[in-house]
Ligand binder design. Sequence first.
Ligand SMILES: [Zn+2]
Length: 255
Amino acid sequence: MRYKGAALGVLLLLGISAFFLFPKNTHKDLILIQETEHGLFYSPTNDSETTQMIDILALEFDAHYTRLSTMFHFESERKLPVHVYPDYEAFRKMIGRDTEGTYDARDKTIKVYTPVNLENPNTRKAFTDQITHELVHAVIQQVNPKVGRTKWLDEGTAYYASNQFEAEFESKLLFGSAFLDFPDLEQFQRSDYFNKAGGAAYFYSGTLIDYIIDEYGIDALNEIIRKPNRMEKILNTSLEELYAEWKSRLQNPED
Ligand SMILES: [Zn+2]
């Protein structure tokens, strides 16, 4: 009986070590399409159209990776896995919600839907911007996983640093629709602000990040990303004051 117990113990030990030595393959059922300097691109299909589309994403990804790692003082030993689905329904089913892209902090993988045809310049820009946006999340959430808890900081930085913000800012000014939906401070801090306000929430979070970089510098933003709870101390101002200054700057850009 004692012998049987020992054998069971050995089996259990083997099982536990196998679990740690060979973690679950998160790229299961996907094909490695391309390996670049910084990324590993997987997809469920490897036809020539998908491969060409991934070439476009991968080029953009590597170019921004260098810029973003400098911006956020981030260095990684490993290449970042990216799952690219050319079929929206398959992507949605895999993610389990309505979205076109996400950075999954659980397996540290970027997961995006991208159509194979990126010939239209607007479509191409939308989807290359998207992968850059998710790359910013990947970088800052690896710098500090807690960033994900402060939605305006996480989304605002992603929106700002993927250069999505500038184009929208200009078009808002151009069409005179500027800032009618500016959130009040309480609304802005609520966790459901992003669900309720949609695109506006990303835009305003991006303008706050822009304001912080302009007034306090990129080093201050880097410090906030590393210690979000110490933001008031880092900026030497209260949240209320920061909000008031940001709002007034946005509404009176000439002052
Ligand atoms: Zn995002």
